[in-house]
Design a protein around this ligand. Structure first.
Ligand SMILES: [Zn+2]
Length: 421
């Protein structure tokens, strides 16, 4: 019964693949996985090895490089494995599990003391071979841009200038739906609404450090760093606001039914000692005490406020997807309004220039002093971030997308074309 054995082997391979993804991202095991493990010593042993490796990798060891010859061996072995995978199994080719192929090699190498510190092996860089499939979120990271893609593998790319220097697949049970990212020190936090999680990503080297479960469509993130370290706050589209990794501190500002992923958009921003929170379904801005998360104010601004950005001087800009840019005072009240074309849902602000993106195909520049509005057609702009040198980075989704950096006059400084992987 060769056919039976093959099926069993295939099933175990699938199980072990899921175990690797879940252990790697710190997720709990599903009942199906547990059931299989109970009756399969092979997969159970695999899980034990994964956990031992994981524990070793999480130890606080100083970063070090593995010996050069070992790195070469591992790289060439992985390359061979990938080639075999592509020629033998079309199914595996459709969704190549880079991490899957690396784990066994890592386990072999784990015997070499010190190698465990080489966390980058867990999340191998693909260097120049990397593409930018369907970019959705762009974040200014330490020394470059981190780009998260809404592809099947949840691909993350690190760019230095217009060069992709590292790439990894964050995995996930569902194709990723990245909604926002923020930087806090040397970490970047990425909201993945499809997989109900926020990823904590390190960029030196590029790796997923931790995955926080955040149910109900996580849409907005904001970060603060103070004397007692940093905090990241999230807002879900169904109305929860909370601190990442702190389940005790969470409140619900509204209760809503589920909705399509494309509608998972809302903003949260720490400004002037208050958390500003949009709830686009009711047209409200809520103000919360960041310590207690108690609601201290609620302002109906109308429309569908979805994103927020701070301004010098303590005011806050709120983007209304119904077609307005709003300036709010410290109490959340509207003190100025600019009409905008289309249905923009992402906002970036540098000094007196704001850029907003509308997925339907437009970037709009707003001069916050003169009030001048300048549109620029772009195929599928998904996100915009203001960079510290006064320029802006825009993530353009879809097949012809990529990442574009523009100056404050909308002149393109450079563009890195995307593509399929
Ligand atoms: Zn098994």
């Amino acid at each position: 019964m060769a056919g039976m054995n093959e099926n069993d082997a295939q099933h175990c391979e699938m199980v072990q693949q899921q175990l690797e993804e879940r252990v790697g991202l710190g997720q709990s095991l599903t009942p199906e996985l547990r059931a299989h493990l109970a009756g399969c010593p092979g997969c159970h042993a695999h899980l034990t090895l994964l956990r031992e490796l994981e524990a070793a990798l999480l130890e606080d060891v100083p970063p070090m490089q593995p010996p050069a010859h070992l790195k070469t061996q591992v790289l060439s072995a992985a390359r061979q494995t990938r080639i075999q995978t592509q020629t033998v199994a079309p199914a595996a080719q459709a969704r190549p599990h880079a991490a899957r192929r690396w784990w066994p090699l890592m386990l072999g190498a784990a015997a070499v003391s010190g190698l465990l510190a080489f966390g980058a092996l867990l999340t191998p860089s693909r260097g120049t071979a990397a593409a930018l499939p369907d970019p959705a979120v762009v974040v200014a990271a330490a020394g470059g841009l981190l780009v998260a893609s809404n592809d099947g593998g949840g691909t993350l790319n690190l760019l230095r200038g217009d060069q992709v220097t590292a790439s990894l697949r964050s995995g996930g049970a569902q194709p990723a739906w990245f909604t926002q990212g923020v930087r806090l020190g040397d970490r970047v936090y990425l909201a993945d609404a499809a997989n109900d999680r926020v990823l904590e990503v390190g960029t030196g080297p590029l790796r997923v450090v931790r995955s926080y479960p955040v149910p109900d469509g996580v849409a907005g993130l904001t970060a603060s760093s103070d004397a007692d370290g940093g905090r990241v706050y999230f807002k879900t589209v169904r109305g929860s606001v909370g601190r990442l990794g702190d389940p005790q501190h969470q409140i619900t500002v509204a209760r809503e039914d589920g909705m399509p992923l494309a509608d998972v958009m809302d903003g949260v921003l720490l400004s002037g000692g208050r958390l500003f929170v949009t709830h686009h379904l009711t047209g409200e801005i809520c103000l919360l005490d960041p310590e207690t998360l108690n609601v201290v104010g609620r302002v109906v601004v109308g429309g569908a406020p979805v994103d927020l950005a701070p301004e010098a001087g303590g005011t806050v800009l709120a983007l209304d997807a119904a077609g307005r840019l709003l300036r709010l005072n410290a109490g959340g009240e509207v003190i100025r309004s600019w009409p905008l074309p289309g249905h923009p849902d992402k906002l970036g602000v540098n000094g007196s220039v704001a850029l907003v993106t509308d997925r339907a195909g437009q970037l709009t520049r707003i001069d916050l002093v003169s009030g001048e509005i300048q549109p620029m057609p772009l195929t599928h702009p998904m996100d915009v971030v203001a960079l510290s040198d006064g320029t802006f980075a825009v993530a353009e989704g879809g097949g012809g997308g990529g990442v574009r950096v523009l100056d404050e006059t909308l002149k393109t400084s450079w563009k890195r074309q995307g593509g399929k992987r």
